[in-house]
Design a protein around this ligand. Structure first.
Ligand code: SAH
Length: 225
């Protein structure tokens, strides 16, 4: 847990958002194959109920995706944990996320002590996410842009996480991956997406493998205020 964070687990925490309820989610993730204790700890410590509307707070620690407005979703905790665990294998320090959404995935990465950059195309979602980062005392760099161009000024990144699905891997993002880095992205049509892990070795050679099947919202072009 980063010391920069000011987590106040009791804030707005009712019976359904208590530490016990969060611990139950962590147990469930562990039962479903998430083994990295650092990742499980981050899930335990980041208050997911602060990343959804108050009306959905009581479901914040269910292992499901939830709507966040604009037709978008906060990803299912298991998917967040799996992507984060995959990325942590590369021992990254500087990370790029495409698709800030609620900000939850970025907050999990920040809780792991990583330097987080995140890009979102819907301005209103990004503004809400930024408020949450401030509220939690998290220092996360973010920009309102089309994430398919990545963040060239700050490249290369040790790890890149794409949290919206494209028909194919985006070359601009692969190019911004440091040697030894890993990119995790859902790829494919909405019905049948695969979660891919792409690794770049020290010589820049790329290998790719499929981690599993997932369902993400699409990676779209153009900005929305
Ligand atoms: N990581 C998010 C998941 C959000 S869903 C979370 O933890 O809540 C995917 C997000 O990707 C949506 O907010 C969507 O607006 C955004 N997105 C889709 N296409 C994008 C693009 N080209 N650039 C940046 N963000 C994009």
């Amino acid at each position: 847990m980063s010391l920069r964070m000011r987590l106040q687990p009791t804030d707005r925490g009712s019976g359904l958002t208590s530490q016990r309820v969060r611990d139950r989610l962590v147990d469930r993730l562990r039962d479903n194959g998430i083994a990295d204790e650092r990742v499980l700890n981050a899930v335990r410590n980041v208050p997911r109920h602060l990343f959804v509307d108050e009306a959905l707070e009581s479901r914040a620690y269910d292992d499901t995706a939830l709507p966040i407005g604009h037709g978008q979703t906060i990803s299912q905790p298991w998917v967040v944990a799996k992507m984060t665990e995959t990325l942590m294998q590369a021992q990254p320090s500087k990370v790029l996320e495409i698709g800030t959404g609620s900000g939850y995935q970025a907050a999990i990465l920040a809780a792991l002590g990583l330097e987080v950059h995140t890009v979102e195309r819907i301005g209103e979602l990004l503004r809400t996410a930024r408020k949450r980062f401030r509220q939690l005392g998290m220092n996360i760099r973010s920009k309102h842009d089309d994430g398919r161009i990545g963040w060239p000024e700050n490249a290369p990144f040790d790890a890149i996480l794409v949290t919206a699905a494209a028909p194919a891997l985006v070359d601009a993002l692969t190019a911004q991956l440091a040697p030894g880095g890993v990119l995790v992205a859902p790829v494919g049509a909405s019905a049948g997406q695969s979660l891919l892990r792409l690794s770049k070795d020290a010589d820049g050679r790329i290998t790719q493998e499929t981690i599993g099947s997932v369902v993400f919202v699409p990676l779209l072009s153009g900005l929305v205020d």
